[in-house]
Every structure is written in structure tokens, then in C-alpha cells.
Design a protein around this ligand. Structure first.
Ligand code: SF4
Length: 96
């Protein structure tokens, strides 16, 4: 029988090639405030990329992004600018 694993255990097998010069995710803080989408953004990301401080500002730990596209699909227009990392960078999924 296969034992269930936690999300952290599943993510631990991935490798990340970090682009230290360019984030592939930008957040428009004013759009977050206007739409109230900050708390949702924090909750929907399976990798915990987004966090929100007491002032409502969103921080983006883009290095952990799984490139699943969930945030891009659900965010109201103008909240996010998201593109895949430049060639050679980003997540490398464990296979097998
Ligand atoms: Fe999180 Fe997926 Fe958006 Fe990356 S693409 S920030 S993993 S929700």
C-alpha cells in the first residue's frame, strides 16, 4: 500500500533553477488592494509563493513557483503579470 505523503514531501523532489536576475511574476499592489484578492492569492498557490503582510502588500517568493498557472487563471485582470521563466530556469520536476 502506498502511504500518503504531505505536500512538502512531494515538493521536496523537485529541483529549481533560480533566475536571480528576473522574477517571472510581478504583482500590482494597487490592483490587489482594489480587488481584495490578496488573501485568495496567498491560499491558492500550492507552493506558498505568495504572502501578505499586515499592510496588505504581497511578497512573491518566485523561486518556489511550480509553474502550474493557478494564480494566473484565477487572478482578476491587472493583479498579476506572469510569464514562464526564461529558458533554462524554473522548476524541474522529478520523474518516475
Ligand atoms: Fe503558485 Fe502555481 Fe502561481 Fe506558481 S503558477 S505562483 S506555483 S499558483
Amino acid at each position: 500500500m502506498i502511504e500518503p505523503t504531505s505536500m512538502a514531501e512531494r515538493l521536496a523532489g523537485n529541483r529549481y533553477e533560480l533566475d536571480e536576475e528576473l522574477s517571472h511574476i510581478e504583482v500590482d499592489q494597487e490592483a490587489v488592494r482594489r480587488t481584495g484578492f490578496g488573501p485568495v492569492l496567498v491560499r491558492i498557490c500550492p507552493a506558498g509563493v505568495y504572502s501578505q503582510d499586515a499592510d496588505g502588500r504581497i511578497a512573491v517568493a518566485y523561486a518556489a513557483c511550480l509553474e502550474c498557472g493557478t494564480c494566473l487563471a484565477l487572478a482578476p485582470d491587472g493583479v498579476l503579470t506572469w510569464h514562464y521563466p526564461r529558458g533554462g530556469f524554473g522548476v524541474v520536476f522529478r520523474e518516475g
